[in-house]
Design a binder for this molecule. Sequence first.
Ligand code: PEP
Length: 248
Amino acid sequence: MSRTPLIAGNWKMYKTIPEALALVKALLPHLPKDREVAVAPPFTALYSVASCIKGTALKLAAQNVFWEREGAYTGEISPLMLKDVGCEYVIIGHSERRQYFGEVDKTVTKKVNSVLEEGLKPILCVGERLEEREKGETFEIVKKQLIGGLGNIQEIQKIVIAYEPVWAIGTGKTASPAQAQEVHKYLRHLVEEKWGRENSEKIRILYGGSVKPENIDELMQEEDIDGALVGGASLKAETFVKIMNYGV
Ligand code: PEP
């Protein structure tokens, strides 16, 4: 089963509008043809980036969302608004949101459902903390986050999963290709159990956690790794261009 790889850059809380525009302009001439590339700027730069990439193959993602369509929810951004600004993907359940902003599986499910209702595609992040890995709880944790986060959704084909071991995010420590593959294979098996073989073969599972030009090639050689969610290394055009053109 061939799955189109997706390389997505999560810019986190970095980049003013001029900086964001400079970065996407530097990426555009280097977009690969046989894979998808997306960037997730902060909310404040979404409109400017969307205008700049219009008509190109570069896709736009948001880093978070609230689940209501509109209403008195000061400070929140809805799926409708993300669609309006030109997003195709929405990152949901990132470990930083779980750690600092009280994101839990229940809120993740609400966000996944509302994003799907608006016709957008969720990138659902799952991953264990170091102490959980050391206690041998990795599979249990990712299962809880995957099944708990997706609930009983029907539109599994629209979901992208990102396996991001928390101990590898922003730490410079990458899971070895074998460690990542083991969890990716397990996640695909979970999708098969609940949503069937065909869906499990089609779903894309990205790896995230200190991905850089030096390790992307070997990660992408693993059977169940279908792309990457890249944080720090997506903030510089030079490194992100190398990552999105892995294997070339
Ligand atoms: C991330 O923010 O999703 C991430 C994986 O960060 P980094 O690549 O910096 O570890």
